[in-house]
Design a protein around this ligand. Structure first.
Ligand code: GDP
Length: 392
C-alpha cells in the first residue's frame, strides 16, 4: 500500500478491524523504509570514507566503518548502509581521476540512476575532473553538491603562528577560493559547503542538510532526516514533528489490533505496536544506549553525565512490553481521554467505532506525551554534550 487508502481502511475497520490494523502497519513500514541512495565521490584521500562514517554516527574505527586512509585499488562503488536506517545507503565511489573513463562513462559504470544525489568532496580546490563530473551529473538530470572537507585542519593551520586570526575571515577566504575556481571552469554561481566530518554540527553541514531537505522530493525527506545525526536543536525538533505526524496511524492500528487492557487507564492497546512506536522515537532521537555511548565517546562527556539529564524512564533502556505497560499505567492520571482536535477529526475519517475510539484517543495522547518527554530529553542530552565539548 503506497498511499494511505482511507476508504479501504474505513470499510475494513467495520468488518475486520485486525485486517485494518495490519494494513495501517504495512503502510507505516513502507513509509519508514523509503530508499535513499547518496553517492559520495572525490579523489582518494579527500575524506569520502570519513564523511560516510561520521554521517552514519560512527567513527573511523567502528565495526562496519568504511576503511579510511587507504589508496584505491579497485574500481568499484561500495555501499555503506546506515546502521539504524538501512534504507539509507551512502555509496563510496572511486575517484574519477583513478580511471581513464570520461565522466559520462564513469557515471554509467557507477549505475548513476540509483542515486538520489551526488556529493563531490575535495580537501583542496575543485579540479577539472570534479567539474567535468558535475557537468555530466547535471546532464543526467541528477543533483550534486560540492563539499570542501577537512575545514578543521585548515583553520588549525591558519591559526598557527597568527596573532590576528579570524575564523570567519578564513572560512570566507576558503569559500571564495573554491567558488572562484569553479567559476573559472564554467559554473556561474556554484555553492560550496565547508565541513569537518569530525564536527558535523559546525560550519556548513547544517546548511547542507537544509539545502538537501529543500531540494529532495517530499517522500525522501523523512529518510534523510531520520538518518541525520542530531547536529542541532532544530534537527531534533524536526525529527519530533516527523515522528509526531505518524502517531495517529500507530494509535489507530493499536486500537484496532489485538488489544490488552492497561491497568489504571481505561484503554485497551496492542502493546507490541506501542513498543515499536516508542522504540522508533528513542532510536530516531538517538536516546538508545548505543547512541548515547557513541556520543559520550566522541564528545568526551561521560555517558553517566548524559544519562543524568534524562528524565523519561523510556530513554537509555531496552523498551519492553512490561516497561511500556508500567509507563502507560503511570500516565493514566496525566493523560486525559478527552479527544484533542486531531483525535476527533481522525476518528470519523478512518471509521473507528466508539469503543475503539476511546482506546485510540488514549493511545494517541499517551504516545504524544511520551514523544514530548523524549524530545525534551534529546535536547537536554544535546546541550549537555555540547556544553563541555564542541564535538558532537
Ligand atoms: P577517502 O580516501 O576519500 O575515503 O579519504 P579518507 O576518509 O580515508 O580520509 C583521508 C585522511 O583524511 C584520513 O587520514 C582522515 O582521517 C582524514 N580526514 C578525513 N576527513 C577529515 C576531516 O574532516 N578533518 C580532518 N582533520 N581530517 C580528515
Amino acid at each position: 500500500m503506497d498511499e494511505f487508502n482511507t476508504e479501504m481502511i474505513k470499510s475494513l475497520m467495520q468488518t475486520d478491524p485486525a485486517a485494518a490494523a495490519a494494513c495501517i502497519k504495512e503502510y507505516l513500514e513502507k513509509k519508514n523504509n523509503t530508499p535513499l541512495n547518496i553517492a559520495i565521490t572525490g579523489e582518494s584521500g579527500a575524506g569520502k570514507s570519513t564523511f560516510i562514517n561520521y554521517f552514519r554516527g560512527m567513527t573511523n574505527n567502528d565495526e562496519g566503518a568504511a576503511p579510511t586512509g587507504c589508496t584505491e585499488t579497485t574500481f568499484e562503488s561500495s555501499p555503506y548502509p546506515h546502521p539504524k536506517y538501512p534504507n539509507v545507503v551512502l555509496w563510496d565511489l572511486p575517484g574519477i581521476g583513478t580511471t581513464t573513463f570520461p565522466a559520462d562513462e564513469y557515471l554509467k559504470k557507477m549505475g548513476f540512476e540509483k542515486f538520489d544525489f551526488f556529493i563531490i568532496i575535495s580537501d583542496t580546490r575543485f579540479r577539472e575532473n570534479d567539474v567535468k563530473l558535475a557537468k555530466a551529473i547535471q546532464k543526467m538530470e541528477k543533483k550534486f553538491y560540492f563539499v570542501r572537507s577537512k575545514i578543521d585542519s585548515d583553520l588549525q593551520n591558519e591559526k598557527r603562528g597568527k596573532k590576528n586570526f579570524n575564523e570567519e575571515e578564513t572560512l570566507k577566504k576558503i569559500r571564495e577560493y573554491c567558488i572562484h575556481g569553479l567559476q573559472k571552469e564554467g559554473f556561474e554561481s556554484p555553492q560550496v559547503f565547508l565541513i569537518s566530518s569530525f564536527d558535523l554540527h559546525l560550519y556548513d553541514f547544517p546548511l547542507l542538510h537544509e539545502t538537501l531537505d529543500r531540494e529532495l522530493p517530499e517522500h525522501k525527506r523523512r529518510a534523510l532526516l531520520m538518518a541525520m545525526p542530531n547536529i542541532n536543536l532544530e534537527v531534533i525538533n524536526k525529527k519530533k514533528k516527523s515522528l509526531q505526524s505518524q502517531i495517529k496511524y500507530y494509535a489507530s492500528s493499536s486500537a484496532a489490533g489485538a488489544a490488552v487492557p492497561v491497568p489504571g487507564l481505561s484503554i485497551a492497546v496492542d502493546l507490541t505496536l506501542i513498543v515499536s512506536a516508542i522504540t522508533t522515537f528513542v532510536v530516531g532521537l538517538r536516546l538508545d544506549v548505543k547512541s548515547l555511548r557513541k556520543l559520550a565517546h566522541s564528545t568526551g562527556v561521560p555517558v553517566a553525565d548524559l544519562i543524568e539529564v534524562i528524565t523519561s524512564s523510556l530513554a537509555a533502556v531496552e523498551i519492553t512490553p512490561a516497561l511500556v505497560m508500567k509507563c502507560l499505567g503511570q500516565l493514566g492520571s496525566v493523560v486525559a481521554l478527552m479527544a484533542g482536535e486531531e483525535v476527533s477529526r481522525f476518528i470519523p475519517i478512518i471509521g473507528i467505532p466508539l469503543a475503539m475510539g476511546l482506546s485510540f484517543a488514549g493511545t494517541y495522547k499517551s504516545l504524544n506525551h511520551i514523544l514530548d518527554m523524549l524530545a525534551e530529553d534529546a535536547q537536554r542530552v544535546f546541550k549537555r554534550a555540547l556544553g563541555l565539548n564542541s564535538s558532537v
